[in-house]
Design a protein around this ligand. Structure first.
Ligand SMILES: *Cc1c(COP(=O)(O)O)cnc(C)c1O
Length: 229
């Protein structure tokens, strides 16, 4: 291992430790138990060597946004580390559900019934339970995936045809040019209204706010690994 990598590794561990401390402090401020907030280390575009220091600390939850990249990267890592839980945080094509479920335990981005049906078939076939979040397009952005807030009710009714899983939570990605707190508080309201308790919200730049508004799952990449190239 060359010197540059060693320096990188120290930096990564320092950043990770710092994020964990900030989670504790934010939880304290919100009068919440930090144990109820899951840190998902987002490893998209970072290679095995970058991820290894975090794995060696015993961290278990990692997020990726592309199936192909995950298939190229994770099977080798999973052979060396026990109990790792992978989270899909990017869009999922219906024809990739099988590959997706062979690798991921949690899907944060369910956004249409056709995908729910495809997941249902495959989960029934494998008989391995999965955790599924519904992605909500809180900013009503045209280019962004996610179910619109006014469509949630209908979508949950349609979900009654799905047998192998229940949606357990909501996920959002706030518009980049808006105050994220508005979207976090809105998602929290929706989670209370529909009794979907898990809340996947908060990234490197806004996770402390997300924790204040009740996030149970924060997704951090650049805050730990630095900028993606
Ligand atoms: C990349 C990504 C993250 C992590 O973002 P950072 O700013 O690197 O912390 C979180 N959530 C989703 C959906 C992402 O695609």
């Amino acid at each position: 291992m060359n010197e540059e990598y060693q320096i990188n590794h120290q930096e990564i561990i320092k950043n990770f430790t710092c994020i964990k401390e900030k989670i504790s402090i934010a939880a304290d401020k919100a009068d919440r138990d930090p144990g109820t907030i899951k840190l998902i280390v987002v490893t998209k575009k970072f290679n095995e060597d970058m991820i290894r220091p975090i794995l060696d600390l015993g961290h278990l939850d990692f997020g990726e946004n592309r199936i192909q990249e995950s298939i190229n990267k994770w099977p080798r890592i999973l052979a060396d580390y026990q109990d790792i839980s992978l989270h899909l945080i990017g869009p999922l094509q219906t024809n990739k559900t099988k590959e997706c479920l062979s690798l991921f335990d949690t899907i944060h981005t369910l956004d249409r019934l056709k995908l729910a049906s495809a997941l249902d078939k495959e989960i029934i076939r494998n008989n391995i339970p999965k955790k599924i979040f519904m992605q909500i397009n809180t900013g009503l952005e045209e280019q962004k995936s996610g179910i619109l807030p006014i469509e949630i009710d209908r979508f949950l009714q349609d979900m009654e045809t799905i047998n192998s899983f229940n949606i357990t939570g909501l996920m959002c990605i706030p518009p980049i040019d808006e105050e994220p707190s508005i979207h976090f508080s809105f998602l929290k309201k929706l989670s209370d209204k529909f009794n979907l308790k898990d809340l996947s919200m908060g990234m490197s730049n806004d996770f402390e706010k997300a924790i204040l508004f009740g996030s149970t799952c924060i997704r951090i990449g650049t805050g730990i690994f630095g900028a993606r190239s």
